[in-house]
Design a protein around this ligand. Structure first.
Ligand code: ZN
Length: 340
């Protein structure tokens, strides 16, 4: 093959990456947990770089407020309320048709995470909540799979590559997550679009190092944009870490909040998880609900507008109820229109 005709030629030319790095990248099976701003940028970079398989996992659908930073989506996706994982996969397949792309429209919980991450040999964090990160840490340390933490908010970003057995894990740094509701979210504080873009690029840089067989940075990289502040802090492994030393995977084993209603902080929305696993026939549900309000079905989720609330019901029977922060109201609507 003529080197310059190759899609990846400019990447292969990079000293320290080369043909070997490219081949290793093409053999990698990477899972992205979350498909918001971080996930879109990670997916785009890894997809263009030629990762072998990319699994995109997300529970949500595209909204107009996502578009300023979630670079794989457009206005049509928001009008159709497409699930983010599906919309991102569609766009990415047009960018690089030579890689395997799998979309998983699903909520990451203690019950689902091991199935969702099965087969992945590298995991990138693109979640928006700390509970999911402790779950990722448990699964990845348990299975010896490297993962890369990323957090972006306002004008600040943080990245940490976790290579089980070789360096610190998330719980070496923070033994316990902060209490629920104590951390701000970008729905509350906002976020400049460059913040997740830079954060995702730093995460992908660590991912490319892993693919090229180079050591990742054993600690935290953090930046703040108003002050042009950028620094790295080494973190030592905690020899008595409950996770990577004692192999206590309590977040995974406790299976917290497997079902129920959760207010999605700052979004005026509540997510309902069904008590048991099931698959809905959205067409049948759409015809059943035709007289209840305005119903649309995009094949991935059904929208039902009733008064001030809109129910978004996914195939896996989850629902996101917009227009209320009150789990009781959301649960009542779900029970009335979908079932209990
Ligand atoms: Zn640890």
């Amino acid at each position: 093959m003529n080197l310059l005709d190759d899609r990846y030629s400019r990447q292969r030319l990079v000293a320290g990456f080369g043909d070997q790095g490219q081949e290793k990248l093409q053999a990698r099976r990477v899972a992205l947990v979350g498909c918001g701003a971080l996930g879109c940028s990670q997916a785009q970079l890894l997809g263009r770089a030629g990762v072998g398989k990319l699994t995109l996992i997300d529970r949500d659908f595209v909204e107009i407020t996502n578009l300023h930073r979630q670079v794989l989506f457009d206005e049509q996706d928001a009008r159709e309320a497409l699930p983010k994982a599906e919309a991102a996969a569609r766009r990415l397949r047009r960018i690089n048709s030579s890689i395997e792309i799998v979309a998983r429209v699903a909520d990451v919980t203690a019950h689902t995470i091991e199935g969702l991450l099965e087969g992945a040999d590298l995991v990138l964090d693109a979640t928006d909540n700390i509970e999911a990160r402790y779950l990722i840490n448990d699964v990845c340390v348990k299975n010896g799979v490297p993962w890369i933490y990323g957090g972006a908010l306002g004008v600040e970003g943080t990245v940490m590559a976790i290579h089980p057995g070789q360096g610190p894990c998330l719980r070496c740094l923070f033994d316990e997550p902060p209490p629920p509701g104590t951390l701000p979210t970008c729905d509350m504080l906002g976020v400049l679009n460059v913040t997740p873009t830079i954060t995702a690029a730093l995460q992908v840089a660590e991912a490319l190092k892993i693919c090229a067989g180079k050591p990742t940075f054993p600690g935290v990289t953090a930046f703040e944009l108003w002050g042009s502040y950028f620094r790295t802090v080494k973190v030592e492994r905690n020899p008595s870490c409950p996770c990577c030393a004692q192999r206590n995977f309590e977040f995974l084993e406790m299976g917290r909040a497997a079902s129920g209603a959760t207010s999605l902080c700052g979004r005026n929305a509540v997510q309902i998880r069904p008590a048991s696993e099931q698959q809905l026939d959205l067409e049948a549900l759409a015809s059943r609900l035709a007289s209840a309000g305005k119903v649309t079905n995009n094949g991935f989720l059904l929208r039902l507008e009733v008064g001030a609330q809109t129910l978004h019901v996914f195939k896996d029977a989850r629902a996101i109820v917009k227009g209320t922060d009150d789990p009781a109201i959301a649960r009542a609507l779900y029970a009335r229109y979908v079932g209990s």
